[in-house]
Design a protein around this ligand. Structure first.
Ligand SMILES: Nc1ncnc2c1ncn2[C@@H]1O[C@H](COP(=O)(O)OP(=O)(O)OP(=O)(O)O)[C@@H](O)[C@H]1O
Ligand SMILES: [Mg+2]
Length: 268
């Protein structure tokens, strides 16, 4: 039985029609057949019940709101399989990662599938280390399914989107919270985020934070991990000092604290 037949037979007709409509209205124009089949597959496995609206559409990935069993909201991140730019940009985060040793992608699609798997693994590792990230649910090919971070179908805003509306005191608390997560990322999960910025931190209504977008995170063993860590710290401090205008600790001080937590965890 082909995949088509399988899908066709696993749903009663009416239900299938509804699912078709949900799926095509939301994803049809942007995705190739294989991606649509991947989403079908996740529906057949009852991970996704229906796709809802688009949350974000970037150059390399689209994020959708979807619903799982019991109408649990999900975030479904779908990587576009046709960007050559992407290919050049991401190789440096894969080469040097022992988890991808000997990996030679045959084509862009294979590279993007590996990237999706890497993002899932990073997310899982961070989640298990107690870092505030969306809970990973599953991945298949170029599709990553995770916990939806938001309320009533509306995602939480990014730090970049809300800092203007917050007072300095709250922003100082947010910086402290980010620094706590940064230590956990490095010292507990043994990863470097490598794209930590105001665009990859969400802020909840009670001013808690969520770290997102972890595909490019690398293991501390990666030959460039320290360079990426220093870049993350510099970006973060530059944002808080120059854009937000608060008295943030120097990048050197932050790095020193993280290094001390690293030596401590090594001694444990
Ligand atoms: N788990 C989630 N729950 C709710 N919204 C999310 C979730 N993950 C991502 N988003 C939203 O989707 C956007 C893009 O996600 P992400 O940062 O992971 O991808 P990206 O590769 O940086 O894409 P882009 O180039 O569009 O920024 C985020 O800025 C955020 O608004
Ligand atoms: Mg992002």
């Amino acid at each position: 039985m082909s995949m088509d037949d399988d899908i066709f037979y696993s749903y009663p007709r009416r239900e299938k029609r509804i699912k078709d409509k949900d799926l095509y209205e939301t994803v049809e124009e942007v995705f190739d057949t294989r991606t649509v089949m991947t989403i079908y597959n996740l529906m057949r496995r009852k991970i996704i019940k229906r796709m809802a609206g688009v949350i974000s559409s970037g150059k390399e990935a689209r994020v959708y709101l979807a619903y799982g069993p019991k109408n649990i909201p999900l975030a479904v991140k779908i990587y576009l399989t046709s960007t050559a730019m992407f290919k050049k940009g991401i190789l440096k985060y894969i080469v040097g990662d022992p988890r991808f040793e000997g990996f030679k992608p045959r084509n862009t699609r294979a590279l993007i599938y590996a990237w999706t798997r890497k993002e899932f693994r990073n997310l899982k590792r961070l989640y298990e280390a107690g870092v505030k990230v969306p809970k990973p649910i599953t991945f298949l090919n170029n599709v990553l399914v995770m916990e939806f971070m938001g309320e009533n179908g509306k995602r939480y805003p990014l730090l970049a989107e809300v800092y203007n509306e917050l007072d300095k005191e709250s922003l100082a608390e947010i910086l402290d919270k980010i620094l706590v997560e940064l230590s956990k990322i490095v010292c507990k999960a043994k990863l470097v985020h490598s794209d930590l910025s105001e665009f990859n931190v969400m802020v909840t209504p009670d001013l808690d934070i969520v770290i997102i977008d972890v595909g490019q995170a690398v293991l501390l063993d990666h030959p460039n991990s320290m360079e990426f860590l220093i870049r993350d710290i510099k970006n973060l401090i530059r944002f808080f000092r120059d854009e937000v205008g608060i008295d943030a600790p120097s990048p050197d001080k932050v790095l020193e604290e993280i290094k001390s937590c690293l030596t401590k965890t090594r001694e444990d």
